[in-house]
Design a protein around this ligand. Sequence first.
Ligand code: HEM
Length: 115
Amino acid sequence: MEALRLILLFIHLVGFALLLGGAIAQFLTGKFRINPAVLWGSIIQLLSGLALAAPLRGGGDAEPSPIKLGVKLLLAILIFIMVFVPRRREAVNKGHFIGIITLTLANAAVAVFWR
Ligand code: HEM
């Protein structure tokens, strides 16, 4: 079980790197387009996050709080919608793009600081 959890956590961190790295690299070019790294990152985060939310730590107090997981799921769904809907557009508004980056950072902060 522990090996499975660590593999899922690794995939989750790769998804985080794709989503945040892809968004910041794109932001720095000055053209606010949803690139494939951002799109795939948001998909990987949803799927690997849901898998990680399974009781893989033997249950009880060792598991993350269901409220924390609910907040993470809500933010991840929001990010996914914000990425998926305009994925074929040449560019989105700067504010929309900053929103994606902010929500991504917020979800990482929830993961790390909510104990
Ligand atoms: C954009 C979406 C997401 C981002 C940026 C994100 C970010 C992170 C990061 C950085 C970690 C590592 C924290 C650590 O190991 O201390 C983590 C762990 C984790 N994430 Fe996510 N996550 C996202 C979506 C989700 C979703 C949708 C779920 C499930 C509802 C989820 C569930 C978890 C779980 C269970 C862990 C294991 C560590 C823990 O929370 O105690 N994540 N996430």
